[in-house]
Design a protein around this ligand. Sequence first.
Ligand code: 13P
Length: 257
Amino acid sequence: MRTILAGNWKMHTDRAGAVALARAVAIAERAAGVEVLVAPPFPFLEAVVAACSDSAVRVAAQTCHAEAQGAYTGEVSVPMLQSIGVQACIVGHSERRRYDGENDARVAYKVKALLSAGMTAIYCCGEELSEREAGRHHVVVGEQLATALKGLPAEQLGGLVVAYEPVWAIGTGRTATPEQAQEMHGFIREQLVRLLGPAAEPVPVLYGGSCKPDNAAELFALPDVSGGLIGGASLDAGQFLELVRIAARCVAERRGV
Ligand code: 13P
């Protein structure tokens, strides 16, 4: 199983801060078996790509448009991102669903555009607290996955990463319990294979939502958790690198090293 640690910086940092943070992550000793990504705001992408160019750290955007070009004021396309060395993109984040009207029908086009271009798509799904309390979390996440991902060709699935981010855990300090996380990650894996066939078995499923060094070890050790999509703790190089080390320890334990 691939293990990935991705830092979503959201609308934080300035140019100098972004470069300094990226540099601190890039020069850290490589953690064996862990793929590391950072997702700065659009204006700092190119500088962060440069700051990471001598390292294995890959740079992701936080959203994109599905069309390659056109009259879409304010939008940024996949070829534009690729032209500056961005290799991945987060899509369907709950904050974009909430504040920007993003929905799975639109996200489906974005995922297709990214995968067809050979980029990595980090697709976010997750239920609201009211939906979990009503016992609807499986229905909600199942529908999200079906709408956004159905029909993707098997040969492009190497570029797909799914992040389960329960909305009630994002930035709240409230994490899913290991039982809740494992149960949902297992469900997501089943749905991926049901929707996309056996080629979806290796698709990484990351956990996101108040993941910090003091709760990461038990989450990353879960059998169906492939690492994390980290918000707040990714803005502090020390905390983010500690999370990378924790993920690397889980990889080593899985391999029986
Ligand atoms: P926090 O880690 O700040 O809860 O954010 C999670 C997230 O939304 C990452 O995309």
